[in-house]
Design a binder for this molecule. Structure first.
Ligand code: AMP
Ligand code: TRP
Length: 332
């Protein structure tokens, strides 16, 4: 069987939340058991929107702490910081010349993030998917665990890899496969079930942060939007109730169950019943991670050591691949 090389990245732009955990980190940890894995704190991506330098530095350490607290093992997986390995920026330039403007114009995340005043968005925000392709292809990665919001960027990465291989008539890059969680690929906001849970949402009540205390979790879940009617019997009745569906989905996933089984257990009950059970399981699973994040953050020297060692390992692979890529392009 083909050996998997797993790569993924998380932006250091604020505290990580339940969406990051269920959509990405949990999967990172599972994959590390049987595969070679590379996990990157993508600071070059973060600066596509202005970041205060001190906050950025703190956030890089905090994201690294969240990786470790969620169960990533820096002895098994490579954990590092994107800007420490110059190959990411170098390959991104080459891929900028492979990707077509028309491909980037289709990216919905750029349209969402740039908003109405697109002319004022940074050029980096526009070409960010090419940098993401470079992250993945620099290591010749074969599998990429991400949340559903990144699916379109992964498709672009596949197109770029294919185009490069075709243009240069050489099979340099494997075509990477997205690994998207089936049960809960998109955790939604607790305030609006049609929006994804996000670090950038103004309301902290929209998300559960991994560092939230038990009290905060209880408060946020109590305030979460649900539905005025009791919990329905069938999946189809949830189609028009996105907030209720989101709470049931989160509960099912944390409980390692399915939505069908959860509905069977809860049909006809009030949402307060679900909310109590959900708070309990969140406290059980998320609070220990939050405590570990705080503990790791107390030892910045250790976190820096993890990043430096990881960057050295990543750099070795990157340099070897970059040499071959540059040679293929025709650089001396
Ligand atoms: P980001 O914080 O945007 O760098 O995202 C890091 C990882 O978490 C990516 O794989 C995202 O797809 C995933 N992710 C972010 N928000 C959510 C969400 N609300 N639901 C599921 N996955 C998410
Ligand atoms: N774009 C991803 C996000 O915002 C983060 C990311 C950057 C990434 N490079 C990557 C994810 C490479 C997977 C693989 O969530």
């Amino acid at each position: 069987m083909e050996k998997k090389l797993v790569f993924s990245g998380v932006q250091p732009t604020g505290s990580l939340h339940l969406g990051n955990y269920l959509g990405a980190l949990k999967n990172f940890v599972d994959l590390q058991k049987n595969n070679e894995c590379i996990y990157c704190v993508v600071d070059l991506h973060a600066i596509t929107v202005f970041q205060d330098p001190k906050e950025l530095r703190d956030n890089i350490l905090e994201t690294t702490a969240a990786f470790l607290a969620s169960g990533l093992d820096h002895k098994k997986s490579i954990i590092f910081n994107q800007s420490s390995v110059s190959g990411h920026a170098e390959l991104a330039w080459i891929l900028n010349c492979v990707a077509r403007i028309g491909w980037l114009n289709r990216m919905t995340q750029f349209k969402d993030k740039a908003g109405k005043d697109r002319e004022k968005a940074s050029v980096g925000l526009y070409i960010y998917p090419n940098l993401m392709a470079a992250d993945i292809l620099l290591y010749k990665s074969t599998h990429v665990p991400v949340g559903a919001d990144q699916k379109q960027h992964l498709e672009l990465c596949r197109d770029i890899a294919q185009r490069f291989n075709n243009d240069f008539k050489k099979n340099i890059f494997p075509i990477p496969e997205p690994l998207i969680q089936k049960n809960i690929s998109r955790v939604m906001s607790l305030r609006d079930g049609t929006k994804k849970m996000s670090k950038s949402d103004e309301s902290s009540y929209s998300r559960i942060d991994l560092k939230d205390s038990a009290d905060e979790i209880v408060k946020k879940i109590k305030k979460a939007k649900s539905d005025s009617l009791p919990i329905p019997e069938s999946l189809s009745e949830l189609d028009s109730k996105p907030e209720a569906l989101n709470l049931l989905n989160i509960y099912s996933d944390l409980n390692k169950s399915t939505l069908e089984k959860t509905l069977n257990e809860m049909k006809g009950k009030d949402y307060s019943y679900l909310k109590n059970k959900l708070s309990e399981i969140l406290i059980e699973i998320i609070c220990p991670i939050g405590k570990k994040i705080t503990q790791f953050l107390d030892d910045k020297t250790f976190l820096e050591k993890v990043i430096n060692e990881g960057s050295e390992k990543a750099n070795k692979i990157a340099q070897k691949n970059l040499k071959e890529i540059k040679n293929t392009v025709g650089f001396l």
